[in-house]
Design a binder for this molecule. Sequence first.
Ligand code: FES
Length: 144
Amino acid sequence: MSDSFDDFARDLQNQIYEDTRKEYGQVFFDRWLKPTNMGKMDNFNGYGRITGICGDTMEIFIRFEKEKIKGASFQTDGCGSSAVCGSFAAELALDKNADEVMEINGEQILQILGGLPEDDRHCAFLAVETLHESVNNYMSKQVK
Ligand code: FES
């Protein structure tokens, strides 16, 4: 009984993996399995939090050291695509200064992923918008 249940669960998981890889591509799939830079970061000095039109919330934590971002992470209560996009947004921010980060856009993440299904494209823009918000938050603290 338990053997056949284990087989069933394994087959089901493999099917989900295969379907995800087919629909979203290998780059997405690898990051979906292992979303790097996930979780609240210690010692962040910039923070962004935005709830998208879909109702999902993205949070980005960044740490500027001198002029450059030396640490970045994200967390989200959203879909798998938002986790993947948040992970890439954090990665793209590393070692960039504020101006360079503000030039990052959602299309860049879509390009890395080779595109996303229409319904998921906004996840890339939400991730980048939140990243920009975190930079704005850091900059506003420097002015004070
Ligand atoms: Fe809303 Fe992905 S962020 S569906």
